[in-house]
Design a protein around this ligand. Structure first.
Ligand SMILES: *Cc1c(COP(=O)(O)O)cnc(C)c1O
Length: 370
């Protein structure tokens, strides 16, 4: 007799994480490896954040504040919303799980784009539900089809803006279409993990919609532009009735004390993210220029990563990049075969990456100029 594992676990899609720097150093005998596979901000957090972390190390003998009062208060002031409309998670990943735990039962479902961030489907399946998947159209979320795919079993519509893995956006007209056409008994979750990377004039201020939409939930994170991916802290904002349900399923002490302090310090030093956004913007243009010059296709991005069309030799390109110390995300793992997803890093790393990549690409496709 063997132990019986729950039936749904076999239906759960598997998240394939990017390879680690140590793994690749060892495998290819390299001194220097650049990880461009998980959309981290390689500028890292503001020095004030690191200082605050060090100052609070002594407190790790205590459990953290289970209610995350300080950081929630800061976020409430920043967005001019009530503190009771904010929940913190061990990364927004954990909030996505709490949402599915609170709203999805067996036989119920969600509507998502295909492909999209894998955690939505993983969480839905975990609570006995299923995902209706709507193919992307020109690498963008098709809001009409997404709304049209909602049925009487649908509890949640997940949107990602900017989208991952494509970097494309949902524009204001599309967002308004969703708000106007979604049933009030379907929760609209807008995952804005890369929101701060969008140029200010093109951002949708979704927070402003909250007062008129009791079924809207916004997710943001300290993992991306704030450079705190390793500490695991993100947040959700929604009507207090939704937040209070999530708080009931939330495990106590879900966000550690260092993460809470670091996030608070990150908000105190928030102006530095403008510079990061501008730098990434410039670097993204460098990618566009060089890829264009070499006739290599790519998807225009609103985030700090870019999908590059690597064609039929994609596997080989990924392998050659690894040998040269660059970890990128193969599109095969993201539902977009024939592409790679590359994090836009610091200027000197981007320059190195592009020169190595172009050489590999041209060699493989025998386009090298003489
Ligand atoms: C990175 C990312 C997140 C954030 O994950 P955390 O758990 O907060 O680190 C959420 N959604 C998308 C689409 C992402 O790419």
């Amino acid at each position: 007799m063997s132990i019986k594992i729950k039936e749904w676990i076999s239906r759960m899609p598997e998240y394939i994480p990017g390879k680690t720097i140590e793994e690749i150093k060892e495998q290819y005998n390299l001194d220097r490896v650049y990880k461009l596979a998980s959309n981290e901000n390689l500028y890292g957090p503001h020095p004030g954040v690191l200082e605050e972390i060090c100052k609070n190390l002594d407190d790790i003998k205590y459990y953290p504040d289970s209610e995350c009062r300080e950081i929630r208060q800061k976020l409430a002031e920043k967005y001019n919303v009530d503190r009771d409309t904010i929940i913190m998670g061990n990364g927004t990943d954990q909030i996505i799980e709490m949402i599915c735990d609170s709203f999805i039962g067996p036989g119920e479902g969600v509507v998502i784009a295909d492909p999209t961030f894998l955690i939505y489907e993983k969480s839905v399946v975990k609570y006995g539900g299923a995902a209706v998947k709507v193919p992307l159209k020109d690498f963008r979320q098709d809001v009409e089809m997404l709304i049209g795919s909602i049925n009487d079993k649908t509890k949640i519509l997940f949107l990602t803006n900017p989208h991952n893995p494509t970097g494309t956006n949902i524009n204001r007209r599309e967002f308004d279409y969703v708000i106007e056409n979604i049933n009030k008994d379907v929760l609209l979750v807008v995952d804005e993990a890369y929101w701060e990377y969008v140029p200010e004039r093109e951002r949708i201020n979704t927070i402003e919609y909250l007062s008129g939409c009791s079924n809207l939930m916004i997710l943001r994170t300290f993992s991306k532009i704030f450079g705190l991916a390793g500490l695991r802290i993100g947040y959700g904002i929604a009507d207090r009735s939704i937040i209070s349900a999530l708080n009931k399923v939330r495990i106590p002490f879900n966000v550690n004390s260092i993460a809470q302090k670091a996030a608070a310090a990150a908000l105190d030093n928030e102006s530095c993210i403008n510079e990061i956004r501008e730098n990434i913007d410039k670097e993204r243009n460098r990618f566009y220029d060089i890829l264009n010059k070499n006739g290599i296709g790519f998807i225009k991005s609103y985030a700090n990563f870019i999908l590059i069309n690597t064609g039929k030799n994609s596997d080989e390109i990924v392998e050659e990049l690894l040998k040269n110390g660059f970890i990128v995300r193969p599109g095969e793992n993201l539902g977009i075969p024939g592409y790679i997803r590359v994090t836009i890093a610091l200027p000197e790393i981007n320059e190195k990456f592009l020169s190595v990549f172009i050489k590999i690409f041209n060699n493989l496709y025998k386009k090298e100029k003489v």
